[in-house]
Each structure stands twice: as structure tokens, then as C-alpha cells.
Design a protein around this ligand. Structure first.
Ligand code: C2G
Length: 138
């Protein structure tokens, strides 16, 4: 069984998140998601999550392509996660290109193309600046 892991906040879940998770799962048989805690987001990414950890976790656990959700509480846990869960491939969107190459002695490291023109921050900005209108990616 080929095991895949990826990490993220997945706040205001959108098609870019879903595409990444589906592409990640297509690389193997079992997908683990390291879901950033609310505290980790605020302290380390300077991002206040809109949707709390528990709700973000349930959304991910409901997806057919996700097999297990674990908390991401710090930047340092990835090597031990890869070893503990016997991960074959670590996946992130290419906005993180190169940032996690230190994992290559422990597993394959794969950066996938992001989905263009959508992000949680863009969605927040859109709601603030043009309330009552649809968020158009095109
Ligand atoms: N993503 C994507 N396309 C988008 C938006 C996001 O492919 N339009 C991908 C990102 O590249 C990432 C994943 O979806 O691989 C989750 O994105 P975020 O929730 O924004 O996660 P991030 O804040 O990048 O945190 O330790 C790693 C961090 O936890 C990643």
C-alpha cells in the first residue's frame, strides 16, 4: 500500500484544496492529511482561521480521497510523521517548491501545480470588497 501525506490549513475549503487532495491520492492508495491547528496557523503562518480545526477536520474526513487526518501543530513534525506512518510520498502545491526537500532522504517529495486564481485569502478579500457577488475564477 503506497502511503501519501500532505499538509495544510484547508480553511474555507475550495476547489484548489480539493484538486490538490485528489491529485495527491491519485499518487498512491492511502492519503494522510496533516491539518494545521488554529494555534499553529495564528502563531506560525500569521493566519487567523475562519473555520475552526474540528470543523475543517470533519470536512476533510468526509472526502472519499482522504483516509486519515492528523493535527499539524508545528513545522518540525514532518520527519517523525513520515517515519511513524511509513510514508512513501510527501506532496505539496508548487507554491512550496523546494521548501520540503529536506524530506527526500525519508520519502519521495512531490510538488504539484496549484489550481489557478483561487485561495482562501482571495475568497475573503472578494467577500469584503464585492459582497453579494460570485467569486469568479476566470
Ligand atoms: N493549493 C492549491 N491550489 C490553490 C490553493 C491551495 O493547490 N488554489 C494547495 C496548496 O499548495 C497546499 C494545499 O492546497 O498544498 C493547502 O493549502 P493551504 O490550506 O493554503 O495550506 P498552507 O497555508 O499552504 O499550509 O506545513 C505546510 C503548511 O501547513 C501548508
Amino acid at each position: 500500500m503506497k502511503k501519501i501525506i500532505t499538509y495544510g490549513t484547508f480553511d474555507l475549503f475550495h476547489i484548489g484544496h480539493l484538486n490538490l487532495l485528489k491529485r495527491s491520492k491519485s499518487l498512491g492508495d492511502y492519503l494522510i492529511v496533516g491539518l494545521s491547528s488554529d494555534e499553529f496557523n495564528l502563531a506560525e503562518k500569521n493566519k487567523q482561521t475562519v473555520i475552526c480545526y474540528e470543523d475543517r477536520k470533519q470536512i476533510l474526513e468526509a472526502l472519499r480521497c482522504v483516509d486519515l487526518v492528523i493535527p499539524e501543530n508545528n513545522w518540525e513534525q514532518k520527519i517523525s510523521d513520515v517515519q511513524e506512518f511509513k510514508i512513501d510520498t510527501f506532496v505539496m502545491g508548487h507554491d512550496w517548491m523546494g521548501k520540503f526537500d529536506f524530506l527526500s532522504p525519508y520519502c519521495e517529495v512531490c510538488y504539484l501545480p496549484r489550481t489557478e486564481a483561487i485561495s482562501s485569502s482571495e475568497i475573503k478579500r472578494h467577500i469584503h470588497t464585492t459582497p453579494g457577488t460570485m467569486y469568479g475564477r476566470i
